[in-house]
Design a binder for this molecule. Structure first.
Ligand SMILES: [Zn+2]
Length: 268
């Protein structure tokens, strides 16, 4: 019994840790799987070579896992703040207090620049790492609570209930929302979301990392407004929330996928 309890405890600790960092694996897989369908032949060929035949979906959560691995801790410790940027109400990326260790926008900008302007001077392992990080971070850039407020650590300090269970707003958006909305696999999500016309797709990839991020900030603001309108201090979010925010979830996953393809096509 004790062993079962300890196992359950370590699973829940593990889940808590994962939930603090990103879309859960499902969200990142959906983003990468959508991107995969929009890669140019040339980009696909170059990525195949670089990633040793593995798909971009295969590496979509690599960056979350590597930072928690004790073996790699020192080497990748510096990437811990690269998954998000916390913006308080009324602030923009320009005006917000910047994290000196970097954030999702500055890290994406830096790595993309390295791969486009400094490719020849990078080692193979640097190229591979940077690509894997970009695959992941473009996903995080579109996850609303990765653009949450600094005062509540991106929704981690915003207590809510999810179908009656105590949790926080960050965790709701990382994985609970996507897991509750549909019982689809990542490829089913991809097939149902990636159905827009050329005009939509062309418009979707316009802009910069910063502009894309500010779109996510607007989503986060809508979510905060909704939670603050609830009468209880620790509101119970359930079916109505899933219904109201599914269009946002779907659009962010789709935009993330289309834009990831655009970034990779531009690099390769
Ligand atoms: Zn992440």
């Amino acid at each position: 019994m004790k062993r079962i309890y300890l196992t359950l405890l370590s699973i829940s600790v593990l889940l808590n840790c994962i939930s603090a960092y990103a879309w859960g694996p499902k969200g990142h897989d959906v983003v990468a799987a959508i991107a995969e369908q929009h890669l140019t032949k040339k980009a696909k060929k170059n990525l195949d070579k670089l990633l040793d035949g593995n798909s971009i979906v295969y590496y979509s959560s690599w960056m979350d896992n590597i930072q928690n691995s004790p073996y790699w801790k020192d080497g990748y410790n510096k990437t811990k703040t690269w998954h998000y940027a916390n913006v308080d109400k009324g602030e923009t990326y320009q005006t917000m207090k910047k994290n000196e260790k970097g954030d999702v926008v500055s890290a994406l900008t830096m790595l993309t620049k390295e791969l486009t302007e400094n490719y020849d001077n990078l080692t193979d392992s640097m190229r591979v790492d940077y690509v894997k990080m970009i695959i992941h971070m473009v996903g995080d850039l579109h996850c609303p609570m990765h653009a949450g407020r600094l005062t509540d650590r991106g929704g981690n300090g915003c207590k809510v209930k999810w179908f009656g269970q105590k949790t926080n707003l960050h965790s709701v958006w990382d994985s609970k929302m996507i897991d509750s909305a549909r019982k689809w696999s990542y490829s089913e999500w991809r097939d149902h979301l990636d159905r827009k016309d050329k005009k939509f797709k062309k418009a979707a990839v316009q802009g910069t990392y910063e502009e894309w991020f500010m779109g996510t900030v607007e989503n986060a603001a809508e979510i905060y407004d909704y939670v603050e309108r609830q009468e209880k201090a620790e509101p119970n979010l359930s079916y109505q929330f899933v219904y109201d925010f599914s269009p946002m979830l779907e659009e962010q996953l789709l935009l993330g996928g289309l834009r990831l393809a655009h970034v990779l096509n531009s690099i390769f």
